[in-house]
Design a protein around this ligand. Structure first.
Ligand code: DAH
Length: 355
């Protein structure tokens, strides 16, 4: 058997001279791995006489432990060096000048911020929910009965699931955030919920991923008058001009009564002028929260009422900023982003104008 001290010195020197984690792992395998040198020496103990075993056993064990300790120690050192190096490379020089002509805020982000500014001035706060939802929050609690055709109407992307798992979907609307908020918080509730939504649909005015902003207002004695007031105030502030609107009866499973809100508009050539003209364009769905929805969330409909609304952010961005095709929004074309994007440091606010 080779001299234990010689082997110890050999690995101590190899470990000392190793300067990356990959090589260190190779050293570990060649020394104490299953077929490593020290492991093989330990296997030979079996062939020894009892006296030799008594002598060599503890020596080999201590050699193995010593080498493992040295490797662990070295590993920690190398990991620390790697972290220091990464931190050095990732540090930001705050004194560098900002190149404001590169990098822009996407119009969808801009419009969401404009909406947040307007609704927060009315006392709404922001709530968020997950992109991957379960059937309960996306449909059942929102008063879509099982097997109801409205579930298909939503062109839902279903996630594959094993038999016993709860069926998951990519949320088809931001309305499930209403459910999550009402289950979590006590009324009064005043939230908007911006976020990504998904439906299996694609053409000039539809993309499989799009954005919505949901609104929910729950309190005592709330009625359609409050709903109309809030939404009329919102559109005038959003389009930064007086906008005439109409509420048309509609059906949504989660509201009763339900309506769609249209704004007056006119098409001049290829551009659209909001607030004037003889045509009406639908921009959002709304209604009084259905008592079944309140009950599903543990809210007593005899005590509390409320209204809800939901609107497509991308469509509103198109209308306000005049993009002709919705699909361009998500094609990551830097020429488009430069043209339609907003200054990264521009902050939407009601005092100096939204955009
Ligand atoms: N979730 C509806 C949709 O995606 C939009 C909507 C309509 C939301 C009416 C609401 C509402 O909260 O009250 O088509």
């Amino acid at each position: 058997m080779k001299n234990i001290e010689t082997i110890k010195d050999k690995y101590t020197s190899i470990i000392y001279n190793t300067n990356n984690l990959k090589d260190l792992d190779k050293v570990r395998i060649s020394a104490v791995g299953k077929k490593g040198e020290i492991s093989c020496m330990m296997q030979e103990i079996g062939k020894m006489s009892i006296d030799q075993k008594k002598q060599m056993g503890p020596l080999l064990n201590s050699l193995k432990n010593d080498i493992i300790n040295q490797i662990d120690q070295k590993k920690k050192e190398l990991e620390n060096i790697a972290i220091d190096k990464a931190l050095e490379n990732e540090s930001i020089d705050m004194s560098l000048p900002i190149n404001l002509s590169e990098g822009t805020l996407h119009p969808v982000q801009q419009v969401m911020e404009e909406m947040a500014v307007i609704f927060s001035s009315m006392g709404f706060s922001i709530a968020l929910g997950p992109d991957i939802e379960d059937d309960f929050h996306n449909f059942t609690a929102l008063n879509f009965p099982p097997g109801h055709p409205a579930r298909d109407m939503h062109d839902t992307f279903f996630m594959s699931s094993k038999n016993d798992e709860i069926k998951k979907v990519l949320r088809t609307h931001t309305s499930p955030v209403q459910i999550r908020t009402m289950i979590k918080d006590e009324p009064p509730i005043r939230i908007i919920a911006p976020g990504r939504t998904f439906r299996c649909d694609s053409d000039q005015t539809h993309t499989p991923m799009f954005h919505q902003v949901e609104g929910l207002y729950i309190d005592k004695g709330i009625h359609m008058g409050h709903l109309k007031g809030v939404l009329m105030d919102f559109v005038s502030k959003f389009f930064e001009t007086e906008v005439e609107v109409q509420f048309r009866p509609h059906h949504f499973p989660f509201t009763e009564p339900s309506a769609e809100m249209d704004v007056r508009y006119e098409r001049i050539g290829s551009s659209i002028k909001i607030g004037q003209g003889g045509d009406w364009m639908e921009i959002l769905g709304c209604g009084m929260v259905h008592p079944n929805v309140l009950r599903a969330c543990g809210v007593d409909p005899d005590e509390y009422q409320g209204f809800a609304f939901g609107m497509g952010v991308d469509r509103l961005a198109m209308l306000k900023y005049g993009m002709p095709d919705l699909r361009d929004m998500f094609s990551s074309d830097t020429r488009w982003l430069k043209h339609y994007g907003f200054g990264a440091l521009q902050q939407a606010n009601l005092a100096t104008g939204l955009s």
